[in-house]
Ligand binder design. Structure first.
Ligand code: GLN
Length: 455
């Protein structure tokens, strides 16, 4: 009896998803044929073939039965064409350019964690892990969260281990957002949010953070948030800008969320790379834990981005939705790597201090170098990224600049227009990553000094 009743109710409440058609906004990123004439067409041909895989990259010569078929993709994903990061890394390789694009360290993670993984494999921790995480890791995550935020969470009921923070994001969106729900994001924002919100059918409202300080436009936020808002996504320290949300900003967002009964999904994967101010977890603000999903991961903190271990911390009523999605997305995550992650999280404080010190030295090399080259460099308080204004060099937009930089200078950066709902907002800005050894950073700066000329 209840089933038809629920269905009617659902139909009545269902609003068609109104996620904006990002292919119009992110022309170069979503479909090379949409690149305006002012953008170069030759720069992006790799994207279509690489991301859609029309044919194997090197088709075996003896295979003759393959025919070209039209590409197929479900509507919810047709406007996406893979991620900008992979595309830029492939271009870096193709042109022999120094890759300051995709955010992965070009140095290895610590031996003690790698040894722990090897030991776990030798110890036979090789079958399916418990779906929401191996107990040792859930415990280590709760322990770390307590040290970082002062909050005591239940490792069994409030911690879910996922395949990287990317899966935590997907599981959170799919597990807690209904089609038509309004979700607020701060632009520029990571492409993974755009794709998973689109899959979830969310109605996305963007609030733009603008240079030089990328501060939250408070009045705009106040008028955007309402009782119709289901959730707001926060990323602090923020990719790509390096902005860190201030206590005042977080407090304002928190009180608006409490007033309007809004959830907060917060991506804090760069929390240990906070240089100029202390990182503040939204969940630690009064009244916020109850409505917050805090996401984090191993990759950035321990220079092991390829391991793909992440987690979501949330009160049991929100963890329920996250786990419902997670158990059908990946079910569980690599068992030996989870055991090793537990060892990683027990690293002494000195590990984190050294990490920060090393990254501050890298940041100084890149920031000073970029200034000497002639860029206008915006302050990066956290993450391993820095955003610059490329316009002193006379290229008409970020895509054209990145094309020039890759092909003529031999350095790869990330055009930021792909991270905005309105790509015009990012046309002057490109992102450089400094998670590279110092020699690589200096070599990139030298190439730019030599070949980039101010107009
Ligand atoms: N988070 C990384 C970056 O911003 C990229 C991750 C990815 O390639 N999907 O560069």
């Amino acid at each position: 009896m209840q089933v038809p009743c629920t269905r009617t109710h659902y139909r009545m409440r269902f609003k068609p998803p109104s996620f904006p058609d990002l292919s119009r906004h992110f022309p170069a990123f979503f479909n090379p044929s949409f690149i305006p004439t002012s953008y170069s067409r030759s720069f992006f041909p790799a994207m279509a073939t690489l991301s859609t895989q029309k044919e194997p990259l090197s088709p075996p010569t003896d295979v003759t039965h393959k025919t070209h078929q039209p590409l197929q993709v479900a509507k919810r994903l047709e406007k996406f064409k893979g991620t900008i990061f992979t595309q830029m890394s492939l271009l870096a390789r193709k042109h022999g350019a120094i890759n300051l694009g995709q955010g992965f360290p070009n140095f290895d993670g610590p031996d003690f964690i790698k040894e722990a993984a090897i030991q776990a494999i030798r110890d036979g921790k090789n079958q399916y892990a418990r779906g929401y995480g191996v107990p040792d890791l859930n415990f280590a995550i709760a322990d770390r969260f307590k040290k970082d935020t002062g909050l005591t969470v239940d490792p069994e009921k409030e911690v879910t281990v996922t395949s990287g923070c990317t899966e935590a994001i997907a599981a959170t969106m799919l597990g807690l957002i209904n089609p038509g729900d309004e979700v607020i994001v701060f632009a520029p924002f990571y492409d993974s949010y755009a794709a998973t919100l689109s899959i979830a059918g969310a109605n996305v409202k963007g609030i733009t953070l603008r240079p030089p300080d990328f501060a939250v436009p408070m009045e705009e936020l106040k008028s955007a948030i309402s009782k119709n808002t289901r959730a707001i996504i926060i990323n602090t320290p923020h990719n790509p800008t390096g902005k860190m949300f201030t206590r005042e900003e977080l407090q304002t967002i928190a009180s608006l969320c409490i007033e309007n009964d809004v959830l907060v999904f917060t991506d804090e994967v760069y929390d240990k790379l906070s240089f100029d101010m202390d990182h503040i977890s939204m969940a630690s603000l009064p009244g916020m834990f109850e409505r917050t999903v805090t996401m984090n991961s191993l990759g950035k903190t321990f220079s092991l981005t390829g391991w793909k271990i992440g987690w979501a911390i949330a009160p049991p009523h929100l963890t329920w939705g996250v786990r419902q999605a997670h158990c059908f997305l990946t079910f569980s995550t690599s068992a030996p790597m989870q055991w090793a992650t537990a060892a990683a999280l027990r690293a002494p404080d000195s590990y984190y201090e050294e990490l920060k010190r090393d990254y501050m030295a890298k940041r100084a090399i890149l920031v000073e170098g970029l200034k000497a080259v002639g860029f206008k460099v915006f302050p990066s308080s956290g993450t391993y990224f820095v955003v610059v204004d490329h316009t002193p060099f006379g290229l008409e937009n970020d895509v054209a600049f990145c094309e020039y930089l890759t092909k003529e200078v031999g350095v790869v950066a990330i055009p930021t227009s792909v991270f905005y709902l309105n790509p015009e907002d990012g046309k002057n800005l490109v992102r450089f990553a400094f998670c590279k050894d110092e020699q690589t950073l200096s070599a990139a700066v030298e190439r730019m000094k030599e070949k980039l000329k101010r107009n």
